[in-house]
Design a binder for this molecule. Structure first.
Ligand code: SF4
Length: 346
């Protein structure tokens, strides 16, 4: 029997008010575990298994051994005589870019010019953009939109668009085949039932009958949106998981942190995105991490959960919990219990 139990460096324990998670940053998954296991894995991380047994007066030797075996079964760790050879992961997040992602909204009355926005963002080396069209687009119009990203810095383009009969799975498949930067097309307000269309093992499009016809459709918190990846987890240690390095243009052309927020920093017709991005006032919300948000700071999901600073549980308190989250970390339950994605070992 080897002397120590060692968690893989990519498996990080996170303590919540009533239970904990182990977030696997390599496989984008997490496991719910009791808080006592978090204590063993963090406060007693350098102790041998025998020393851990002693901490708990040998009263729970069997249970502790079962916990370690469970983690080995899950491929979260291993036994070793040389734990010092396995240093912890550095969770510092760095990114040289001022703006890494953008969100631009349009409805049928919008007048802002997407080509101007794309050019400005590309000169900031922005790599990801989400476009939300609250009304429908023809196939040709959608193609024109996507062509604007040719020869730009964008690596990911996500599009939400209202239903049009020309937006068939076949036509969207062709678009995605010819434009690798198009990561996802979500077609809303469809007459048919919801479906995810897959072709040749890749996601072509998501069709939903839900009407996404206003920015207020955003801000929902659910385990379906949890991300346990190293880039996201390290960023959320110190920054906001929705707004950090983001710039948005709302459906009327106003530049904001998020289209649903009331504060605007100018209009795209007379203000450059670069000047707004440099503004310290604009950057303030980038630094609101979940560790500062009430209730979230006690939640075991805080580093894998998306945030929302637009729809707040207490509207005039910028540090209050997202209004559209039904999770209670003190009781470990979702108001809507179908949202529980992983089963606990507790
Ligand atoms: S309480 Fe906060 S961190 Fe936890 S699931 Fe809800 S929004 Fe996410």
């Amino acid at each position: 029997m080897k002397s120590h139990f060692v968690l893989f460096a990519c498996c990080i324990p996170v303590k919540g008010a009533s239970r904990s998670t182990i977030c696997d940053l390599q496989r984008n998954s997490f496991e719910l575990v009791p808080n006592v296991l978090h204590e063993i894995l963090t406060e007693h991380t350098n102790k041998s298994i025998q020393e851990v047994f002693e901490v708990y007066d040998h009263e729970y030797n069997e249970e502790i051994k079962e916990y370690f075996d469970f983690l080995v079964d899950k491929n979260y760790g291993f036994y070793s005589n040389e734990p010092h050879n396995f240093p912890k992961l550095d969770l510092t997040w760095h990114n040289p870019l001022t703006i890494t992602n953008a969100l631009v909204d349009f409805d049928r009355h919008s007048t802002h010019d997407l080509s101007v926005i794309v050019t400005q963002l590309s000169s900031l080396y922005c790599s990801a953009i989400e476009l939300r069209f609250f009304s429908s687009l023809t196939l040709e119009k959608l193609r024109q939109v996507i062509r604007l990203f040719d020869n730009t810095t964008f690596r990911s383009v996500q599009i939400t668009v209202g239903y049009h009969p020309e937006l068939t799975p076949e036509s969207l498949f062709m678009i995605r085949q010819n434009n690798e930067r198009v990561q996802e097309i979500l077609v809303h307000s469809t007459p048919q039932i919801d479906e995810i269309v897959l072709k040749e093992k890749f996601k072509v499009a998501i069709y939903t009958s839900q009407k996404i016809n206003t920015e207020a459709c955003c801000g929902n918190i659910s385990p379906h949106y949890f991300t346990s990846r190293v880039e996201f987890f390290t960023e959320t240690q110190s920054f906001n998981s929705c707004l950090n390095r983001k710039i948005s243009i709302d459906k009327r052309g106003y530049i904001k942190n998020c289209p649903s927020m009331s504060q605007a920093y100018g209009h795209i017709d007379d203000t450059t995105l670069a000047s707004v991005a440099q503004s310290k006032d604009f950057q303030k919300v980038w630094h609101i991490s979940k560790d500062q948000v009430s209730i979230c700071q006690d939640c075991e999901f805080r580093y894998i959960c998306t945030d929302c600073r637009a729809y707040l549980a207490t509207p005039n308190d910028i540090l209050s919990k997202p209004a559209k989250c039904s999770y209670n970390p003190y009781e470990a339950n979702w108001e809507d219990s179908s949202r529980e994605k992983n089963k606990a070992i507790i």
